[in-house]
Design a protein around this ligand. Structure first.
Ligand SMILES: *[C@@H]1O[C@H](CO)[C@@H](O)[C@H](O)[C@H]1NC(C)=O
Ligand SMILES: *[C@@H]1O[C@H](CO)[C@@H](O)[C@H](O)[C@H]1NC(C)=O
Ligand SMILES: *[C@@H]1O[C@H](CO)[C@@H](O)[C@H](O)[C@H]1NC(C)=O
Ligand SMILES: *[C@@H]1O[C@H](CO)[C@@H](O)[C@H](O)[C@H]1NC(C)=O
Ligand SMILES: *[C@@H]1O[C@H](CO)[C@@H](O)[C@H](O)[C@H]1NC(C)=O
Ligand SMILES: *[C@@H]1O[C@H](CO)[C@@H](O)[C@H](O)[C@H]1NC(C)=O
Ligand SMILES: *[C@@H]1O[C@H](CO)[C@@H](O)[C@H](O)[C@H]1NC(C)=O
Ligand SMILES: *[C@@H]1O[C@H](CO)[C@@H](O)[C@H](O)[C@H]1NC(C)=O
Length: 640
């Protein structure tokens, strides 16, 4: 008895001292996988373990507060029946609302201290969102329970440091962290390649140049409404979408995003305007260089297509009374990523002292010759009312936490009143480069599983698909879903379905259930479906290097739609109303039923299938349809 009690006491005291050790040294709590990557992005291979002594600039993104309320905040200012419709938030209110809690900050600091990384080695970003510390590879491996490797992309002659497929955090720390870089992520900036005129455009990491289908150059330039099935011009688009509007003021703003080394030749604007919009000859976009973004000279034609298309149509459609901002992201040496763009638009997104993950994003100051030798821009640019972006990734290339952090940021910009349009991609239900998914998550050409795009699948952007005029049809006939290429569409594998589209999407699934096996698409019925809207994307007449080319892609549909939405902002602002902001809750609402031109024919082939079909009402090929400008203008002017 006595013996047993003694033993118990002894056991208890051992247990107690172990417990006190536990509470004292919280790093002893169970480690859980924090982020996992299913496969290495296409084109990359690990070639060796990283040197243990190499220093990594580790950045820990703290969990933001109130992100679970983002959707209701957005509905509050963006849903037409809300009493707060149009009452957008100030950047300060956004910063305050989502700022990580002190508890998150202190928990992560304590964990670092327990692992020998004392407070003096850490710094906190201005917005309170990130903790920065320089650690060796050896320290990082111990801290995160992972191994670091040097990865190589032989085709692009690039290297990248990343960890193996998973990194770990103690359970009590994990919930206070969104993501840690550099770890799994691969959105490496585009390499300088424009300086080397013989090299091919980058197709590896980094946001892909969107859709850009080059039909070839030609000599005859039509400028009448009888040839719109052969060549799209400004007048064709005005006729298609009932877009007659004179800008009242220059009060609203529109920003066109271009990722260096994509660029344009300003003299091409004059060739375009000279033929199609003579009073704009000599007009230029207002250059907003982000992290050293400039207009490059002497770039090969393959780097001119996207920017020339976007600028000629955005500027041509808004006309001379409304300026267009050119957000040129990244310097000619490093290029840039979406993080560089978002940093410039919102200081709370920035990591530390400028610079995101240096192994992923353009890092500034860039000390290489010709690089942008200043700190990265952080919240220095007031976001335009409407921003159009024709670049994108495949979801499979990024990790869910990484995408979620960017997606949340689009939502925050929506709260501030920004309309963010993204092209949906040009490979139908497949991903950029016609890559589809294997069952193990690897991307491959010829694989069978649909491969959704990012940020198209983020519910807080407006995703734009493509349509075309069927050959032989007049401009007045209904359009069809793009038939020359599959317009990106389908269901995200990462983001949940937002409330605003539930009834439209569930209606489609009920009335037109897709016949594919449920294991090749996200058939759960609970994930975000896209696109939201569509617009013409085929045979755009674009001046490049002094000649006209025909270009197509959802890349065309996004800036074109952005120009028309900017006209609606102009009308609202001139009546003292707010800009339209995040439009999705509005355009799917009852009040806006039937205001888009519904597209009911065509499909979006990819991954060896015919893709989904366009049907009456919303569909995962053309969304709600194309803009009917006069109807939408009237409806938006009805709103407060
Ligand atoms: C968080 O910490 C800051 C600075 O230490 C302090 O001023 C603030 O009151 C704290 N907030 C809360 C909610 O504890
Ligand atoms: C330019 O790119 C080509 C093809 O990638 C490569 O063979 C060549 O060495 C590069 N030239 C320079 C000057 O970098
Ligand atoms: C426009 O596209 C159609 C295919 O839809 C193609 O046949 C035609 O040749 C194009 N127009 C011109 C002028 O090339
Ligand atoms: C530009 O504004 C002026 C008045 O300020 C107006 O007369 C003209 O029609 C407008 N032009 C366009 C293309 O909207
Ligand atoms: C119209 O385009 C042609 C190229 O097809 C170009 O040579 C011509 O200069 C342009 N016209 C004007 C007035 O700019
Ligand atoms: C519009 O406003 C911007 C910014 O104030 C200005 O730089 C630009 O010249 C204006 N454009 C027109 C057409 O008035
Ligand atoms: C994934 O599956 C594909 C096709 O079966 C195979 O070629 C590839 O090696 C696999 N990758 C991994 C990382 O398992
Ligand atoms: C389908 O999407 C949901 C999120 O919307 C996700 O949780 C699920 O894992 C996805 N399914 C597949 C097979 O990726």
């Amino acid at each position: 008895m006595l013996y047993r009690r003694l033993l118990t006491t002894l056991a208890l005291s051992i247990l107690l001292s172990w417990l006190s050790l536990l509470t004292h040294s919280s790093s002893l709590s169970r480690r859980v996988p924090h982020e996992t990557r299913r496969s290495i992005p296409h084109g990359w291979q690990p070639i060796q373990r990283a040197e243990p002594s190499m220093v990594l600039p580790l950045r820990i993104g703290l969990a933001q507060s109130n992100t679970h309320l983002l959707e209701s905040f957005l509905n509050d200012v963006s849903h037409p029946v809300s009493p707060n419709y149009g009452k957008h938030w100030s950047p300060a209110k956004v910063a305050e609302t989502f700022r990580p809690s002190n508890e998150s900050l202190e928990t992560v600091r304590a964990w670092l201290a327990d692992n020998g990384i004392q407070a003096h080695r850490t710094r906190v970003s201005h917005g309170g969102g990130w903790i920065h510390t320089d650690v060796t590879i050896e320290e990082a491996e111990a801290l995160l329970g992972t191994d670091y490797y040097v990865y190589q992309n032989a085709a692009e002659d690039r290297e990248h440091i990343a960890c193996g497929s998973t990194y770990h955090l103690p359970e009590h720390v994990s919930k206070h962290v969104e993501l840690i870089t550099p770890t799994l992520h691969f959105d490496v900036p585009k390499r300088r390649s424009v300086v080397n005129r013989t090299s091919k455009p980058s197709v590896g990491g980094g946001p892909r140049v969107g859709p850009k289908i080059d039909v070839g150059h030609f000599l005859v330039v039509f400028n009448d409404l009888d040839h719109c099935d052969e060549q799209i011009t400004l007048d064709c688009l005005r006729a298609l979408y009932n877009f007659q509007y004179e800008f009242v003021s220059n009060m609203s703003t529109i920003g066109v995003v271009e990722m260096t080394p994509e660029t344009h030749d300003p003299s091409d604007l004059d060739v375009f305007f000279g033929n199609f919009s003579t009073d704009q000859v000599g007009e230029r976009p207002i250059l907003v260089g982000i992290d050293g973004g400039v207009i490059l000279t002497g770039a090969p034609d393959s780097y001119l297509a996207e920017s020339s298309l976007d600028l000629q149509y955005a500027m041509g459609l808004v006309g001379k009374n409304q300026s267009v901002l050119l957000y040129q992201v990244g310097d000619p040496v490093e290029g840039g990523s979406f993080n560089n763009l978002l940093d410039a638009l919102d200081a709370t997104f920035c990591t530390f002292e400028g610079g995101d993950d240096p192994t992923q994003d353009g890092v500034y100051p860039d000390t290489q010759q010709g690089g942008f030798d200043e700190p990265e821009q952080c919240g220095s640019i007031k976001p335009a009312d409407v921003i159009t972006n024709s670049y994108g990734y495949n979801e499979a290339e990024l990790t869910p936490f990484y995408m979620t952090r960017q997606c949340t940021e689009y939502g925050k910009l929506g709260l501030m009143g920004v309309t963010f349009l993204y092209a949906s991609g040009d490979s139908g239900v497949g991903g950029n480069g016609d890559l589809c998914l294997e069952p193990n998550g690897t991307q491959a050409v010829g694989a069978a599983i649909f491969n959704p795009g990012f940020p198209g699948g983020c519910p807080w952007v407006t995703n734009v698909g493509a349509t075309q005029i069927s050959p032989g049809n007049p401009v007045t006939a209904p359009e069809t879903a793009s038939a020359e290429f599959g317009s990106g569409g389908g269901w995200s594998n990462v983001f949940a379905m937002p409330d605003y589209q539930k009834s439209a999407v569930q209606g489609y699934l009920k009335e037109f259930p897709p016949s594919f096996p449920s294991n090749i698409w996200n058939s759960t019925g609970i994930s975000r479906a896209y696109p939201d809207i569509a617009g013409n994307g085929w045979n755009y007449t674009v001046a490049i290097d002094g000649e006209f080319f025909l270009i197509g892609g959802t890349s065309a549909a996004s800036p074109m739609s952005a120009a028309m939405l900017t006209a609606i902002n102009d009308a609202r602002l001139s009546q003292g109303k707010s800009p339209i902001g995040f439009i999705n809750p509005t355009i799917y609402s009852d009040a806006f039923q039937g205001l888009f031109n519904d597209i009911t024919t065509g499909s979006n082939p990819g991954c060896g299938t015919d893709g989904f079909t366009a049907e009456v009402g919303w569909d995962p090929v053309t969304g709600l349809g194309t803009i009917n400008f006069q109807k939408l203008l009237a409806a938006w002017l009805e709103l407060p």
